[in-house]
Design a protein around this ligand. Structure first.
Ligand SMILES: Nc1ncnc2c1ncn2[C@@H]1O[C@H](COP(=O)(O)OP(=O)(O)OP(=O)(O)O)[C@@H](O)[C@H]1O
Ligand SMILES: [Mg+2]
Length: 421
C-alpha cells in the first residue's frame, strides 16, 4: 500500500528499497517466461548478474529440473494463470548449474491490462537436509526395530524350547525306567519261551511212549488250545513287541537329546564335510531311490563342536528332504564360510512347507507325516543342538518348489558352551 507521505522520496524509490530488502526471492515474469522484475534476494539466490537478466528466462532457472519435467512446470503456471495460486516445493537451478530446493508461491496478477506471474521463492535447502537427516534416522530406527522384533521372536522361540525341553526331560526320565525293564524283560521272555518250546518238543517226542488214555487227553488239549497256531504266532507277537519297544526307546532318546540331557560326548574340532559324507552314507537308503544328491561344497575350516550331534542334525535334514520328495528330485548339499561362521545347507526339490506350518516345524511333535513315519521331533532336536552350538537354522521354502534349511555354526562356539555337553 503506497501512502506517499512527505519526506520518504517517491513511491517508486520506496518500492525499490522495500522490494530489495525482502528476504524471499521475488520474480515477476510474463507468459513466455521473460523476467520483468526480480529483487536483490532473487539475484543472490540464483547467482544472477544484473546484466544477464535480459538473456535469462524463468524456464532456465526452473523448468525440467529432475525430478520434475517441463510439463509439470507448464501445468503449475497454467493453474496459477487460471486464478488458482500455487504453493509447491520445487527443484531449481542456479546460474552455475547447481540444483537447490525451493518453496514457490506462484500467483497471477494483472498490471496495465497484461497478466504477469509473481513467484515468491524461499530457499529450503537447509530444511530439506534436515528432513533427509530425520528420514534417514527414521529408517535406521525402523530397521533397528525390525531387528529387535526378530530378536524378540527368537527369544520367545528359545524360551518356548527351553520350557518344552524341561517337560520333555521329565517325560523322558519317567518313561525311560519302565521302558528299560520292559525291554530287558522282553529279552528274558524270549529266552524262557525258547526253553518252553524245547520242552514242548521233548514232550511231543515222548508221546508215543504214553499210555493210550493219557495220549488221547494230551492230543485233545493240544487241538483245543490250538497249540500249533500259538507256537507260530508267539514268535510274531514277540518280534512286533520288540519293534514297538524299540520305537519308544528311540522317541525317549530323541526327547533326551532334545532336552540337552547330554550324550556324554566331548567337544572337539571336527571336519563337517567328513560328517556330511558319513551321514549321507547312513541315510543312503532313504535317498537313493528317489533323489540325486548334488554336492556343492565350499572351503570349510574345522569347527569346534559335538560332532555326532551335528551329524544328527544333518541326518534329520537329509531324511526330511527325502521325505519331501514324492517321486523323483534333487537334494543339494552346500557348504560355505562367512566370517567367523560356517554354514551347511540342505535343499530339496520337494513339496515345500506352507507358510502357516513354517512357524511350527521346530515345535516338538509337530508333524505332517503318518503315524510311524514321523514323530515330529527331528527339527526340534536339531534346533536345540544348533542352539547349544550358538548357531541358528534358517529356512526358505516355496510350496510346490522345495525347501532349503541352512545351518549356521560358529567356527568356535563361545567358551561357556564348551563344557555343557
Ligand atoms: N524338507 C522339508 N520339506 C517339506 N516339509 C518339511 C521339510 N522338513 C520338515 N518339514 C515339515 O516339518 C515337519 C516337522 O519335521 P520334523 O523333522 O521335526 O518331524 P518329522 O520329520 O515329521 O518326524 P521325525 O523327524 O521326528 O521323524 C514335517 O512333518 C514336515 O511337515
Ligand atoms: Mg524329520
Amino acid at each position: 500500500m503506497m501512502l506517499g507521505r512527505g519526506t520518504l522520496g517517491t513511491a517508486a524509490e520506496r518500492f525499490e528499497v522495500i522490494f530489495d530488502a525482502i528476504g524471499e526471492a521475488i520474480f515477476l515474469h510474463d507468459d513466455s517466461g521473460r523476467i520483468v522484475e526480480i529483487n536483490d534476494a532473487a539475484a543472490r539466490m540464483y547467482g544472477l548478474a544484473e546484466d544477464e537478466l535480459d538473456r535469462v528466462d524463468i524456464g532456465q532457472l526452473s523448468a525440467g529440473v529432475p525430478p520434475y519435467t517441463q510439463a509439470d512446470a507448464i501445468a503449475l503456471v497454467a493453474a496459477a494463470r487460471a486464478g488458482h495460486p500455487q504453493d509447491f516445493e520445487w527443484h531449481a537451478r542456479r546460474r552455475n548449474g547447481e540444483l537447490f530446493w525451493v518453496r514457490v508461491r506462484l500467483s497471477a496478477m494483472s498490471i496495465g491490462g497484461r497478466t504477469y506471474l509473481l513467484a515468491v521463492v524461499d530457499d529450503i535447502g537447509e530444511r530439506k537436509r534436515f528432513q533427509e537427516a530425520v528420514d534417514a534416522n527414521m529408517r535406521d530406527l525402523v530397521a533397528l526395530n525390525t531387528k529387535l522384533e526378530n530378536a524378540h521372536v527368537q527369544l520367545l522361540q528359545s524360551e518356548k524350547m527351553a520350557s518344552i525341553g524341561q517337560l520333555a526331560a521329565g517325560v523322558a526320565h519317567e518313561i525311560n525306567n519302565p521302558v528299560g525293564y520292559v525291554y530287558s524283560n522282553l529279552g528274558s521272555l524270549e529266552n524262557y519261551l525258547r526253553d518252553f518250546l524245547a520242552m514242548l518238543d521233548a514232550y511231543e517226542k515222548a508221546e508215543p511212549a504214553m499210555d493210550a488214555e493219557a495220549r488221547a487227553a494230551v492230543q485233545a488239549l493240544r487241538r483245543e488250545l490250538d497249540i500249533d497256531y500259538l507256537r507260530q504266532d508267539v514268535a510274531t507277537l514277540l518280534s512286533e513287541t520288540r519293534e514297538g519297544v524299540n520305537r519308544v526307546r528311540k522317541i525317549v532318546q530323541d526327547l533326551k537329546d532334545f532336552s540337552h540331557a547330554g550324550s556324554g560326548e566331548e567337544w572337539r574340532w571336527a571336519d563337517l564335510h567328513a560328517g556330511l559324507e558319513s551321514t549321507l552314507n547312513i541315510v543312503a537308503n532313504e535317498l537313493k531311490y528317489k533323489t540325486t544328491v548334488v554336492r556343492e561344497y565350499g572351503e570349510l575350516p574345522q569347527i569346534y563342536c559335538l560332532p555326532s550331534q551335528i551329524n544328527q542334525v544333518f541326518m534329520n535334514l537329509l531324511v526330511n528332504a527325502a521325505h519331501a520328495i514324492e517321486t523323483r528330485g534333487v537334494v543339494t548339499v552346500r557348504t560355505g564360510t562367512a566370517g567367523r561362521e560356517v554354514w551347511v545347507e540342505v535343499e530339496d526339490t520337494g513339496c515345500g512347507i506352507p507358510p502357516d506350518h513354517l512357524k511350527r516345524i521346530f515345535d516338538p511333535f509337530f508333524t505332517t507325516k503318518p503315524v510311524g513315519k514321523g514323530t515330529g521331533l527331528g527339527l526340534a532336536v536339531s534346533y536345540s543342538i544348533v542352539e547349544k552350538h550358538r548357531g541358528r537354522i534358517e529356512v526358505r521354502s516355496e510350496v510346490g518348489k522345495g525347501t532349503a534349511f541352512r545351518v549356521w555354526l560358529p567356527i568356535e562356539a563361545p567358551a561357556e558352551t564348551g563344557s555343557a555337553a
